[in-house]
Design a protein around this ligand. Structure first.
Ligand SMILES: [Zn+2]
Ligand SMILES: [Zn+2]
Length: 443
């Protein structure tokens, strides 16, 4: 079978494991890699001269049957395909490889997308301005309970070129449990319980910011100043359950904890409205939910309708005077029961407010970072346009695996997006769109 560079990172490349395949590319590093019978084959010519390419999806390690002298560096090879999960090794190898005659430049160009960029160039692709709309990085879900140690946040952000993350405490954590394969409320909270929990989780977030040396974004000017060289965070809450129906607690969280991003609901149908994963009881948004949105608009807090039902979103869109965020989801046209994914009309209701939808890297939907970019991001862009899509990793909050587990992976995401979008569009998707919404919402 013939493999193209577009197949790498996708099931077709994995299925070829152990089979004889043909692939065409550019040879690199015959001298560096111990002679002409062992070298790297790349998607693009010359782009990584003098550096070892970082993107494992743009490289095949070749173990040739005999010494080779590639003309102009170009080669069409036949060999046995090996897919390896070995840490530190190349993912793809071509064993017992031999040259196939007849490669033309035209064939080669048709075979190669723009995949291979050296690390510094890829980091530049994001302008160091990338923003994650939704994260629990640093092990915040555990440290909010006083359990476990924090994990690094600032360093992987610097490595990947991520400038700001919206870091969320989880308001209903004490009462939600994994039941029947999904998160559900296990009981009603006791009066005062979720407010009391917020008085532990917000300080845990602030402690993490101090420990990681990360400034907290309080104003639009702070956000404009944030760069990957000095990673920053926005204080967020996933669920407004800690309000317990009392609007004055929103002012308190704004002042005391610098809350600037509030997701109305989570896994419990709360005082604000209905959620996607439980039967509706409020017909969407409650009167209190509408009051909270208006107060957020006035004070300068981003309103996030992730986890809310389509009814909630439609009512929130009618109430808000600022763009809405839906920070972590993805598109579906055939929704499963109790899915967190959204239909095209649900997505369009967010875009109509001028808002942004964060794409969620759930690996059962997107098995790798290329699928996350070219399926997750691109399909949503097809529905709502390139001005209304962003990145919502939910780092360390996913029940299963992530297609983007670390901020150090951001260059791979940027490179995969660049196969479908130009540099300006990629910058919008990776942070520009959220920055616009934040500046429209926060003073
Ligand atoms: Zn969530
Ligand atoms: Zn989350």
């Amino acid at each position: 079978m013939r493999l193209s560079w577009n197949d790498l990172g996708k099931p077709r490349a994995d299925k070829a494991n152990g089979k004889r395949v043909e692939i065409t590319g550019f040879a690199l590093g015959a001298n560096l890699w111990g002679g002409n019978d062992r070298f790297l084959l790349m998607a693009e010519p010359g782009c990584c001269q003098g550096c070892v390419p970082n993107n494992p999806l743009a490289v095949v390690e070749v173990l040739a049957r005999q010494q080779m002298k590639p003309a102009n560096g170009t080669l069409k090879l036949r060999g046995t395909w090996h897919v390896s999960s070995e840490a530190g090794g190349w993912r793809y190898q071509l064993h017992d490889a031999e040259a196939v005659k007849g490669v033309t430049r035209r064939m080669l160009m048709a075979a190669s997308p723009l995949f291979c960029l050296p690390v510094p160039a890829m980091a530049q692709a994001t302008d160091g301005m990338a923003v994650d709309l939704h994260s629990h990085a640093g092990n915040l879900l555990q440290t909010s309970f006083g359990r476990g140690a924090s994990s690094p946040v600032a360093e992987p952000m610097r490595q990947g070129g991520m400038s700001v993350i919206s870091l969320a405490v989880v308001s209903d954590s004490p009462i939600i449990k994994l039941t029947d394969g999904r998160l559900r409320p296990s009981r009603d909270p006791r009066p005062g319980e979720l407010y009391a929990f917020s008085q532990r989780s917000f300080p845990a977030l602030h402690a993490l910011a101090r420990e990681q040396g990360m400034p907290i974004v309080r104003t639009s000017a702070d956000l404009r100043a944030a760069r990957a060289g000095q990673p920053s965070l926005i204080v967020a809450s996933e669920g407004a359950d800690f309000l317990e129906g009392r609007i004055e607690r929103l002012d308190e969280a704004y002042e005391r904890w610098a809350l600037r991003h509030l997701q109305l609901t989570h896994y419990r149908p709360n005082e604000l409205g209905d959620i996607q994963t439980e039967p509706a009881v409020h017909d969407g948004l409650t009167t209190f939910g509408a009051e909270v949105i208006r107060r957020c608009n006035t004070m300068g807090i981003v309103v996030d309708v992730a986890h809310g039902t389509f009814e909630l979103v439609k009512k929130a869109a009618a109430v808000t005077t600022r763009p809405l965020v839906l920070s972590h989801t993805s598109l579906t046209t055939r929704p499963a029961a109790w899915t967190r994914r959204i239909l095209p009309d649900h997505a369009k209701a967010i875009a109509a407010t001028g808002g942004v939808i964060g794409i969620w890297p759930v690996s059962s939907y997107f098995p790798n970072i290329v699928a996350y970019a070219t399926d997750g991001f691109a399909r949503m862009v097809d529905i709502v346009g390139v001005d209304h899509v962003g990145l919502g990793t939910d780092q360390l909050g996913l029940v299963g695996a992530s297609a983007m587990p670390s901020y150090a992976d951001l260059p791979q995401l940027a490179a995969a997006l660049r196969t479908r979008f130009n540099a300006d569009e990629t910058a919008k998707l990776l942070g520009g769109n959220f920055r616009r919404v934040f500046e429209a919402s926060v003073r």
